[in-house]
Design a binder for this molecule. Structure first.
Ligand code: XIL
Length: 383
């Protein structure tokens, strides 16, 4: 079963008007109070006491169109990450024709409401516009990357001071160095990472430049290999004096993957910190596994996994912040898949189904769940 993507709220009709009134209401009312937990101190307030920031990924179309979501985003977060609006395939759908509408909207919203922006992401193998895939391997392929970097960094450099320059460079099982054989590697060789970071530094001399990676949390053999190759990549880059300031650990937790590799994970964080890099937990959410359980038990499992994970990572002083990949299950990119259904051939005969994946702090009606509490409690973790 797939759910309709909530991200498609129309941004065409009356976009300006809706946007203006959203800005006006949020600015004039200040921080709103989410119904149902008005007495709670917000996550960003809790985290900031521990010198950490709290944020989430958003789509401005959803934030503008859904007042309950907007209230919670404004209340809980001090950092916002564009879920899609900065990605190359979104910004430059045809060569040289840039579409900045969503990112301009998010930037105005962030500035008007005093939120920081995280620049996600410049190079990601999954967000290359289709026209660029063959063009990149041509002789002047690099100039296409330069044009895109130049366009977004010059437009948003005043508001974005921290960029995921490279997203997901590691893939094990193919090459000895563990680098993903992406279109970038095919076109420019292994040096593309250093080259892209230098390019970004040239355009944004003051910004913090980062590499963001997933699949580093569990005791699985291939996640062990991913940790190893990720660290080796960081060591090589730092050893060569490449401009790299920080690392994002996506933290898409997954209850089908078995135990968290707590010791290996805290060692990895320490080794990253020893390289002089800061760390963000950049995309936290939880993919469920046992959808057949009662909702209370499902929520407890999600919260327990979140607690176990944050207990390890927030102990590392180099961690500067935590961002979830969305706040509400309503818009989670994680879906209950066909395989999930196939595990329970006799369930949901009445056609009801397990509902949405419940791996974010708020449910689809914007009520906080035990995962919210787990995050709130983790903000007190001594560091
Ligand atoms: C995802 C978005 O959430 C989806 O809506 C989009 O279709 C694909 O990208 N790791 C990342 C994010 O770094 O950019 C991805 O976001 C989720 C996985």
């Amino acid at each position: 079963m797939t759910k309709p993507k909530g991200g498609q709220v129309s941004f065409r009709m009356g976009r300006r008007r809706a946007f203006a009134s959203a800005l006006a209401s949020t600015v004039s009312c200040g921080i709103g109070i989410a119904s149902g937990h008005a007495a709670e101190e917000s996550l960003s307030a809790r985290f900031s006491r521990n010198k950490l920031y709290f944020g989430t990924a958003v789509r401005i179309e959803q934030v503008v169109g859904e007042q309950d979501l907007r209230t919670v985003v404004l209340r809980e977060c001090d950092w916002l990450t564009p879920e899609v609006a900065l990605k190359w395939s979104h910004v430059e759908r045809s060569p040289g024709a840039f579409d900045f509408r969503s990112m301009d909207g998010l930037t105005n919203f962030a500035l008007a409401n005093k939120k920081q922006l995280h620049g996600h992401t410049l190079l990601w193998h999954k967000s290359v516009p289709s026209w660029a895939t063959s063009a990149l391997t041509e002789r002047d392929g690099w100039t296409l990357l330069q044009r895109y970097f130049q366009a977004v960094i010059s437009r948003y450099g005043h508001a974005i001071t921290q960029w995921d320059v490279i997203n997901e460079p590691i893939e094990t099982g193919y090459r000895m160095d563990g680098l993903r054989a992406s279109i970038f590697l095919q076109a420019f060789g292994v040096d593309y990472i250093a080259r892209a970071l230098r390019e970004a530094r040239r355009l944004a001399p003051q910004a913090r430049l980062m590499i963001n990676e997933f699949g580093l949390e569990y005791e699985l053999r291939f996640e062990h290999d991913r940790r190893y190759h990720f660290l080796k990549l960081l060591e090589r880059l730092k050893g060569a004096g490449v401009p790299l300031d920080g690392v994002g650990l996506q933290a898409h937790l997954d209850l089908s993957k078995g135990p968290l590799a707590t010791d290996a994970l805290s060692r990895l964080l320490k080794e990253i910190a020893d390289l002089g890099l800061f760390i963000l937990i950049s995309e936290l959410d939880v993919k469920e596994h046992e959808y057949i359980l009662p909702v209370e038990r499902r929520d407890a499992r999600v919260a327990d996994e979140t607690r176990r994970y944050l207990d390890v990572v927030l102990a590392q002083p180099a961690v500067r912040g935590l961002s979830t990949w969305g706040l509400s299950d309503r818009h989670s990119w994680l879906e209950v898949t066909k395989d999930d259904f196939a595990r329970y051939p006799h369930a949901w005969k009445d056609g009801s189904g397990p509902g949405l994946n419940r791996g974010l702090p708020f449910d689809a009606s914007m009520n906080p769940k035990p995962m919210y509490r787990a995050i709130a409690d983790s903000s007190r973790r001594p560091r």
